[in-house]
Ligand binder design. Structure first.
Ligand code: NAI
Length: 326
């Protein structure tokens, strides 16, 4: 099996290289993302391996098909970046459905706590020996209500953690889980009843901009919003307008951003920032932005590498493709 591995970072090699040897697979590590210029590098490969910011559009899929590439191995659970219609009947799309829901839920909690207790500001201040507390006041979360949107693997892990902190839970899911001991409400009630809103649903047509001008208007004054799911769940422009009013949000933690491609996972510190929306979001003292790192733990990386190569093996051996995106 020969695999063209796009968007390689040093930490990918760390987990994939030794494991590929065990499987007897040849991996060509490519630093560039998959796009119309780099797709030719998959020539003579059986599969390509991609992450969340690679372009897996119709023209790219057609080109991969022409190159006789048999599968797209996603190093992610989400597949909103893949044109599934274009892939149907041409190429297998295999994902890692679950690697460590706890990794993302723990990160979402860390981001919530940081933005609530202003740790991101305190860290910078104390390094300059500014020990004043003005502007750092937080809110007790114990006894407050968290609204969890999406009660799948990560949403459930988040519910367990938030309950451990003494929070009440409201949940919203298009497909409520009857086995889950949680109070499901409709979206408007979740918005109106929550002190913390945390997003754990996939990005689909229905969830695109689920946080928008209308839903923001339904929220309590003084709410925390956490998005560790996908950037386009939040209408960034509507969020900025609300942040400028300085009434609705006490804090916002964003691990994902709708225009993150080409910025997140890269060092742009020497570049001129051309994304005015991102720059404006960064300017708010109560907004914490991280670079899509919710998944990034040793355990999750190990599981991603293992499941990805297991997916390749199932394909090679003609076994049932249990992780195929249908
Ligand atoms: P999952 O598939 O276990 O759960 C998703 C839940 O969302 C399901 O219960 C589903 O019914 C629900 N859902 C689907 N459509 C909905 C809608 N229109 N409205 C409300 N709920 C809806 O997925 P999992 O593993 O919990 O992951 C959730 C998301 O987290 C992924 O789709 C991905 O976007 C994101 N993610 C982010 C990571 C990061 O590093 N920041 C890492 C891994 C996943």
């Amino acid at each position: 099996m020969k695999i063209a591995f796009y968007g390689t970072k040093p930490y990918d090699r760390l987990w994939f290289e030794p494991l590929a040897k065990e499987y007897g697979y040849r991996i060509f590590f490519i630093e560039n993302l998959l796009n119309e210029d780099t797709v030719v590098m998959a020539k003579n490969c059986d599969a390509v391996c991609v992450f969340v910011n690679d372009q897996v559009t119709k023209p790219i899929i057609e080109k991969l098909h022409d190159l006789r590439v048999k599968a797209i191995l996603l190093r992610s659970a989400g597949y909103n970046h893949v044109d599934m219609k274009a892939a149907r009947g041409k190429i297998h799309v295999l994902r890692v459905p679950s690697y460590s829901p706890e990794a993302v839920a723990e990160f979402a909690t860390a981001a919530l706590l940081s933005v609530n207790r202003r740790l991101h500001r305190a860290y910078v201040r104390t390094r300059e020996f500014n020990m004043k507390l003005d502007g750092l006041m937080g809110t007790d979360l114990h006894g407050k209500t968290a609204g969890v949107i999406g009660t799948g693997r990560i949403g459930q892990a988040m519910i367990r953690i938030l309950r451990g902190m003494g929070m009440e839970i409201l949940a919203y899911d298009l497909y409520p889980n009857p086995d889950l001991d949680v109070k499901y409400v409709d979206l408007a009630d979740l918005m109106a009843g929550s002190d913390v809103i945390t997003l754990h649903c996939p990005l689909t047509k229905e969830t695109h901009h689920i946080i928008n001008k209308k839903t923001i208007a339904q929220m309590k004054k003084g709410v925390y919003l956490v998005n560790t799911s996908r950037g386009a769940l939040v209408d960034s422009q509507a969020l900025i307008e609300a942040l400028k009013q300085n009434e609705t949000f006490l804090g916002v933690a964003l691990d994902v951003y709708e225009e993150e491609d080409g910025i997140f996972y890269e060092d742009c510190s020497d570049d001129i920032v051309r994304d005015d929306v991102l720059a404006r979001l960064m300017s708010f003292p109560n907004v914490l932005i991280t670079s899509h790192q919710g998944y990034f733990t040793k355990e999750a990386m190990k599981a991603i590498a293992l499941v990805t190569l297991e997916n390749a093996k199932m394909l090679e051996e003609g076994m049932e493709l249990i992780n195929e995106v249908k």
